[in-house]
Design a protein around this ligand. Structure first.
Ligand code: FAD
Length: 409
């Protein structure tokens, strides 16, 4: 009987254990989780509602949201695409719903129900679950893996899956385990953050949101993303910010390394069109203050900040506005200059970087370096934007690993 050990009872590990138990009942599987409960991050995800996967079905549309690992996950995603993930959860007693923005949640809005589906299955299929006991080391002795735990006797296994997740809210111990078995770990960095900026005026706009703005981060490399965002007390946050932070995960963004961020608040209008529009409004309302006329195009609070930042007096009327100040105002709206000095927590956290994908077979998730070792989930150098894409990658790679662990030689 093949003995399988799965390290990490998070999304990837839980799905792998379920797959082995359902598809290869002859295998003996043990799931080792150092927390006292399974799937802590899954329960927390999506603000406790668990954004299980995405409602997008077009594969190119889905893969575009993976700044790292896009090609690697392709095979796993074709075998276990979001629709199949949804079918799986529904078949295991978790009815789902797809929200307007294509994020998929349990109908109950409870992340606990997602983990509960696995717990029920493990009970039914006698999967051994060890909780509150972390894996300290793995060695390979005469073709078998010997897994040392923080307490109790070591476990031996024919195949091992490292599904220990990323660094966010964990110690990242799985990277050391993979590296001790010969794997390379690519540089790790936080991703999906909000930005903290130097400009203190942002707090005057805290809570003001935009359906679409174009962000240009100008660091060691340039990154661009268009989408919704909101001003916060210390900077900017929201989906477009998380995406640009993900693209620029390796930018330092520290007070010692201030980085320029330009925000185009009206991305659908070119600069000449915006100027024309503003001039049209000014001509129609020559006696109104420029600030009030600018507020025909953006929120009043934004117009107030813009005029203050540009040194345009609030009482200045349109008829008296110098041409150069009108041009400067347009340039400001098309590229609000901000200076990023740090990252702040976003709605999700993932780690960019991880086990090098060159060293893992994308068709099976087996290590090319250490036969019998498998890797899945965020421990790999795969990460995505927000919207259920990170869990999708954990389910799909965990599923593939589970399938092949029980059958590989
Ligand atoms: C607050 C938050 C919200 C999120 N929201 C979403 C969301 O809505 N949608 C989405 O798609 N993604 C979301 N994510 C990201 C998503 O949760 C992760 O990408 C996903 O859980 C990764 O799955 P995983 O199995 O690789 O790792 P995890 O789910 O993190 O599981 C890894 C497990 O391994 C255990 N472990 C680690 N080392 C050891 C060891 N040595 N011995 C034993 N056990 C070990 C850990 O305790 C952990 O339980 C969110 C993340 C956070 C932090």
């Amino acid at each position: 009987m093949v003995q399988i050990a799965i390290i990490g009872g998070g999304a990837a590990g839980m799905m792998a254990a379920a797959t082995v138990a359902e598809q290869s009942p002859e295998a003996k599987v043990v799931l080792i989780e150092r927390n006292k409960i399974l799937g802590q991050k899954v329960r927390l995800s999506g603000g406790g509602r668990c954004n299980v996967t995405t409602g997008f079905s077009d594969m190119d549309e889905i893969l575009r949201r993976y700044p790292r690992g896009r090609n690697f996950v392709k095979h796993a995603f074709y075998s276990f695409p979001p629709e199949k993930v949804m079918e799986w959860f529904e078949a295991h007693g978790v009815p789902l719903k797809t929200e307007e923005d294509r994020r998929v949640f349990p109908q109950s809005d409870k992340g606990d129900d997602v983990v509960g589906a696995f717990e029920n299955l493990y009970q039914k299929l006698n999967v051994q679950v060890i909780l509150g006991n972390g894996v300290q080391s793995i060695s390979k002795v005469e073709g078998k893996f010997v897994i040392a735990l923080s307490s109790g006797d070591p476990i031996t296994a024919d195949r091992v899956l490292i599904a220990s997740g990323g660094e966010a809210r964990a110690t990242g111990g799985g990277y050391a385990l993979a590296s001790s078995l010969g794997h390379t770990i690519t540089p790790l960095a936080p991703s999906l953050n909000a930005f903290v900026v130097q400009e203190s005026w942002v707090k005057e706009l805290a809570g003001v949101s935009f359906l679409s703005a174009r962000f240009k981060l100008k660091g060691a490399h340039d990154f661009e993303f268009t989408g919704p965002f909101v001003f916060s007390h210390r900077g900017v946050t929201g989906p477009a910010v998380f995406s640009v932070s993900s693209l620029g995960a390796y930018e330092l963004l520290k007070p010692e390394v201030p980085t320029r961020l330009l925000v185009d608040l009206l991305p659908t209008l070119g600069e000449p069109e915006l100027l024309q529009k503003l001039q049209g409004e000014m001509a129609a309302h020559p006696k109104k203050t420029f600030e009030n006329v600018m507020a025909h195009l953006v929120f009043k609070s934004v117009a107030e900040v813009a005029c203050k930042e540009l040194g345009i007096p609030a009482e200045k009327i349109c008829a008296e506005m110098p041409r150069k100040d009108v041009n400067r105002s347009v340039a400001w709206l098309k590229g609000v200059p901000l200076t990023v000095i740090g990252r702040a927590a976003g709605d999700e956290f993932v780690t960019a970087g991880g086990v090098s994908l060159k060293e893992v077979d994308s068709k099976t998730m087996e290590s090319k370096i250490c036969p019998g070792l498998f890797l899945a989930g965020e421990v790999l150098d795969v990460d995505a934007f927000t919207g259920g894409f990170n869990l999708q990658s954990a389910w799909a790679t965990g599923r593939l690993a589970g399938k092949f662990m029980a059958i590989s030689k």
